[in-house]
Structure formats: structure tokens, C-alpha cells
Design a protein around this ligand. Structure first.
Ligand SMILES: [Zn+2]
Length: 286
């Protein structure tokens, strides 16, 4: 940890934090640390990874223009405002060098076709965004920055890799091979990105032209997942009207799970509505 600076891009770490020589070798091999030292303290290792994540992505990264910085500031302020409103108890700031703007097609190239125009790496605490027009870039930046700032827990898995344990609402197994509520977590990010579009971008003069001239409907990200989520909230509302004043209250409960990590109230609600074990079962493909 250089300069004693603590990395702060995760809320919690699950698993053993100080490793023995054998465990370090088992998990990270011989030459994992640049200095050749073995990894003992996983937080130090994560800090080292985090520092490396601030380096530009070779051949793909664009130097940020003044307009890029303006867009990022607008997005960062909006995420902070929304998070405060939702009672986020930890403030995560993502430095400019961990927000990578890539040339068009860069995210796809960098992630070997795994992801489209944006990505977020919870272990590294970085986001990647394809620089397209201002509007599309702002929308993707919000979506990815949202992921980066909500509740995050990391782990070394039983198989010995650094991985997420919780990303917002979604949960990983300790083997690191299973994940529950991936699409739900995306739907929630999509929900907030839509809010960002409605409450910030649509009211901002500098985006007016691109919004008016857009030939296709504006994609505020994860619309399909958001539609599935809305249907589910509607059903939960229908079946639990005695417990909630409005559908919004249920949405807020889901957002609390994503933003602050508190998923128990939703788990209880789901089991009360559909029966025991259902919360876990539903999370498999959702
Ligand atoms: Zn996403």
C-alpha cells in the first residue's frame, strides 16, 4: 500500500485475509507479485492490483478531453446524490484514471468479446467505457459507475482466485462458479440509469441536440431486465398490499439490497410470498 493509502472500492472481504506461504503459493503461484514476494496480506495484494488498474489500456485508451471530464463529473455527482438519497453508508470515489474511455469497439476487444460497450471490474475497482457520442457515453458511464459504487464484497474463492462475493444485489458462491440475481442487479442498475437520463440528461442543455436528433429510442441500458423486474415488483405488490403503501416501497427495498448490501428483507418477502427456499431458487436464472 503505497503512501499508506487504503483502497476503498469494496465494503467487505470474505475468506482468509492473511495467508501462509503454502496458501499463498496455492492461490497465487510463485510469481504473482511483481517484486517476487509472496502474497501474505490479501488487502495489500488488492491495493497493488488497484494501483495497476489505473494505468491506461494500451492501444485502446483515449486521452480524456475537457468534455469527457465534464461528462464524468456530471455522472459522478449524480451517482453520489442518488446514493446519498438511498442511504449508502460508504462513499466510494472512483478516480479519473480508473475510468477508462476507450475507442469504439475497445471494450469488446479488451474483454475478448465478453462485453459490449461498458464494463466494471469489482476486484480492480475500474470501469471501461466505449467513447461514442456524448449521450451514449454518459449513459454507459453512469451504468458502470453505479456498479462500481454500490455494495461490493470480495473474496478469495475456495479454488484460490480473487473474485467478487457480492456485486450489488448479486451473490457469488464461495467456489466462485455460481452467481445468483445477476440479471436483477443489472435491472436495478438499469432502473437508476433511466432515472439519471430522466432527471439529469434530459434537463441538461448540452445533451438536448443529441436527444432530439436520436433516430432510435434511447437505450438507457438493460431495458429487458428492467421490464422483467417491474413485472416481478408488480406481482409482489399485488400479493403484499397489506405490507406496502406503494410499489415504490418495494423497489426501494430492492435498491437497498443493491446499494447497502441488505438483501435479507427481500429474501423474507420472497419466502413469505412464494414459500421457503424460493429466494435462492429464483436467483439462479434471474
Ligand atoms: Zn451492468
Amino acid at each position: 500500500m503505497k503512501g499508506g493509502k487504503e483502497v476503498q472500492h469494496y465494503d467487505k472481504f470474505v475468506g482468509k485475509e492473511i495467508l501462509s506461504d503454502e496458501e499463498s503459493k496455492l492461490r497465487f503461484g510463485d510469481q504473482w507479485k511483481e517484486s517476487g514476494e509472496k502474497i501474505k496480506n490479501v488487502h495489500e495484494a488488492l491495493a497493488e492490483l488497484y494501483e495497476k488498474a489505473g494505468e491506461p489500456k494500451k492501444d485502446l485508451e483515449l486521452e480524456k478531453s475537457d468534455r469527457d471530464r465534464e461528462i464524468i463529473e456530471l455522472v459522478a455527482n449524480a451517482t453520489d446524490r442518488f446514493l446519498e438519497e438511498l442511504g449508502r453508508n460508504k462513499k466510494v470515489s472512483v478516480p479519473l484514471d480508473h475510468i477508462h474511455y476507450l475507442k469504439e469497439g475497445g471494450v469488446k476487444e479488451y474483454t475478448h468479446g465478453r462485453l459490449g460497450v461498458g464494463s466494471h471490474a469489482s476486484v480492480l475497482g475500474e470501469i471501461l467505457v466505449d467513447r461514442r457520442n456524448d449521450l451514449e457515453t454518459a449513459i454507459t458511464t453512469f451504468h458502470e459507475l453505479w456498479h462500481a459504487k454500490v455494495y461490493t464484497a470480495l473474496q478469495t474463492t475456495i479454488k484460490g482466485k480473487f473474485k467478487a462475493y457480492r456485486e450489488g444485489f448479486s451473490i457469488y458462491s464461495r467456489e466462485g462458479d455460481k452467481r445468483w440475481y445477476y440479471y436483477l442487479d443489472e435491472a436495478l442498475a438499469g432502473y437508476m440509469t433511466k432515472r439519471f437520463f430522466n432527471e439529469v440528461l434530459e434537463r441538461d442543455e448540452s445533451f438536448k441536440k443529441e436527444i432530439q436528433e436520436s433516430k432510435k429510442p434511447i437505450d438507457t441500458t438493460r431495458l429487458r431486465e428492467l421490464a422483467d423486474f417491474s413485472r416481478w415488483v408488480h406481482e409482489l405488490w399485488e400479493r403484499n398490499r397489506d405490507q406496502f403503501k406503494s410499489k415504490d416501497e418495494i423497489v426501494k427495498l430492492f435498491l437497498d439490497g443493491q446499494v447497502n448490501g441488505r438483501i435479507l428483507p427481500i429474501a423474507r418477502l420472497v419466502e413469505k410470498t412464494y414459500g421457503k427456499e424460493k429466494f435462492r431458487q429464483f436467483g439462479v436464472g434471474f
